[in-house]
Ligand binder design. Structure first.
Ligand code: 4FN
Length: 220
């Protein structure tokens, strides 16, 4: 029996994760003892009576950075919960997240600590505690929370036992990295004149497979 996989998120906005951590897939994975999902509120590690977590950059420049001390202490607290966990920094400079990484991370025998940035970013010295830097894509975001949710969702659903058997087989056939998707339809056959392609109603599995292949979007 493999041990529970912990996913800890360091964030100033833990409430953003409530809905995501309670969706049916994540809820079942937790209930079945496969994963543990939790947040550490970076604010709890803030300095002084105002619980300060950000400050202006040395050398000048617009905006604020997350200070090293609260971040460092939050990571130490997360590591105290899970000493073997790997620390992942959510950053636009990171490695682009992809299905192959989700699969690799889902097979790990340790937990993960996700650090979500805010403001203009982090004090560079946090890199000493970081095992990996990951990005979900090249666009400006307000924080690392949405990337962390995306990445956690993509990993957890691949952990053995999280999804049902019939679904897992389907995952395999869709993660070959080339076939993205073909158009799909469900009832009714005719929606106000908008008809489902005849071949899909034919029951002819060979013809259906051919149609789906011809109508699949391929990765570039
Ligand atoms: N973003 C770019 C260039 C410069 C800054 C940003 C940007 C959130 C703390 C980082 C963004 C995108 C994918 C984390 C973007 C991600 C983030 C991510 C992210 C607040 C500082 C910031 C050239 C990519 C457009 C804000 C490019 N995956 N800064 O978004 O954390 O994980």
């Amino acid at each position: 029996m493999s041990k529970v996989r912990k996913f800890q998120v360091i964030t100033l906005f833990p409430e953003m994760f409530a809905g995501v951590f309670e969706n049916s897939m994540m809820w079942k994975a937790q209930k079945d003892g496969l994963v543990e999902l939790s947040c550490l509120n970076l604010r709890d590690f803030g300095l002084g009576p105002r619980r300060q977590v950000d400050d202006t950059p040395y050398g000048g420049g617009d905006g604020m950075l997350l200070m090293i001390e609260p971040l460092w202490n939050a990571v130490e607290a997360a590591k105290a919960n899970d000493p073997d966990a790997k620390v992942l920094l959510m950053t636009p400079r990171g490695e682009r997240w992809k299905q192959a990484l989700a699969r690799e991370y889902s097979e790990a025998d340790h937990g993960y600590i996700f650090i979500c940035g805010r403001y203009e970013g982090y004090d560079e010295r946090i890199l000493e505690l970081v095992d990996g830097e990951v990005s979900v894509g090249d666009y400006v975001l307000t924080g690392g929370e949405l990337p962390a949710m995306t990445i956690i969702d993509s990993i957890v659903r691949l952990i053995p036992g999280v999804l049902g058997g019939e679904m897992s087989a389907e995952i395999e056939s869709f993660s070959d990295g080339e076939t993205l998707e073909f158009p799909q339809y469900t009832r009714p056959e005719d929606f106000n004149g908008r008809k489902v392609p005849e071949v899909l109603l034919s029951g002819h599995h060979g013809e259906i497979a051919k149609w789906r292949d011809q109508n699949s979007k391929k990765a570039s």
